[in-house]
Design a protein around this ligand. Structure first.
Ligand code: SAM
Length: 285
């Protein structure tokens, strides 16, 4: 069965009376070049692949051909009979039905991939929870090596931006803290059924063994980063004072001590400067 062929997909879905749910981010891939390229980006015969949202299994099938084992988590129970048909031939592949945001992924990875040398995530993510899923995968410090996921182009540009650049945001800093990121290729909106209103891109995140900066208090560092980007047009001193309730004097002194201008904007600071500021403010707490 050609799962990237629109006629075959429609035949399969109408047979099961399936209708797309926008609320679940159901845009299925119909471009035959995309899934093999995504699978090639992370799969080899020693790798376990975790997929979030297999849909009818078009990407799952491509990873199943190349990886040692594949576990796909799907929220929509209506896809159960379809996935049984489309993935039946792959003995190394299993579908778990549940909410990827709520499952204990650490335990699942440990249980399912104990015989794999490495574990990677490969998925065409539901757009309504793209960043929460990426952040969840990173923040939970799951035992994974690489992530290759399709996200909206705008999200890709933000997630993979250089910290301090115009496209960067709090999420850019967070991604950079946990991983090295790159945009692999962009994907036109016509590659999906139904076609979304925006183009997409596949990004690759290589999980770091150690963060690139040393922060004394991770929780405080991330709340500072969030505060820095909360009001982009304001100076760091104003926005952080408003958001975190730290006095302007303390913030100015900390900025001077780390060699930054007191009129600096949070979004312009580098990873190193953000870490230095966080460590400096911890000292004065
Ligand atoms: N992988 C398929 C493809 O590329 O054609 C489908 C991708 S579609 C963009 C997203 C898939 O994620 C849908 O199958 C949807 O039902 C599923 N999904 C949505 N929310 C989910 C969640 N919280 N946990 C697991 N799967 C979810």
């Amino acid at each position: 069965m050609n799962l990237a062929n629109i006629n075959e997909i429609e035949k399969l879905l109408s047979k099961e009376g399936f209708s797309f749910k926008k609320s679940l981010g159901q845009n299925f891939l119909i471009n035959p070049d995309v899934c093999p390229a995504m699978a090639e980006a992370v799969c080899d015969s020693d790798t376990g692949i975790l997929e979030i949202g297999p849909g009818i299994g078009v990407l799952t099938a491509e990873t199943a051909k190349r990886a040692k084992r594949v576990v796909a988590i799907e929220l929509d129970e209506r896809l159960r009979p379809i996935l049984k048909k489309t993935l039946g031939e792959f003995s190394n592949t299993e579908v778990v039905f549940g909410d990827a945001m709520k499952l204990d992924l650490k335990a699942l990875i440990k249980e399912k991939f104990s015989d794999c040398k490495r574990v990677c995530v490969c998925a065409n993510l539901p757009y309504y929870i793209t960043s929460p899923i990426v952040m969840m995968l990173l923040e939970r410090r799951l035992p994974i090596d690489e992530i290759a996921v399709m996200v909206q182009l705008e999200a890709a540009e933000r997630l993979c931006a250089e910290v301090g650049s115009r496209e960067s945001g709090a999420v850019t800093v967070a991604v950079n803290y946990y991983a090295e990121s790159e945009i692999l290729f962009s994907v036109d909106r016509t590659s999906f059924v139904p076609a979304p209103n925006v183009d997409s891109a596949v990004i690759k995140l290589k999980i770091r063994k150690e963060p690139p900066i040393k922060v004394e208090d991770e929780k405080f560092f991330f709340s500072l980063v969030k505060a820095c980007f909360a009001q982009r047009r304001k100076t760091l001193v104003n926005t952080v004072a408003n958001t975190l309730g730290i006095s302007k004097e303390t913030l100015k002194t900390a900025l001077v001590n780390i060699g930054e201008d007191i009129t600096a904007r949070g979004e312009k600071l580098s990873m190193e400067a953000l870490a230095a500021l966080s460590n400096e403010l911890i000292k004065s707490k």
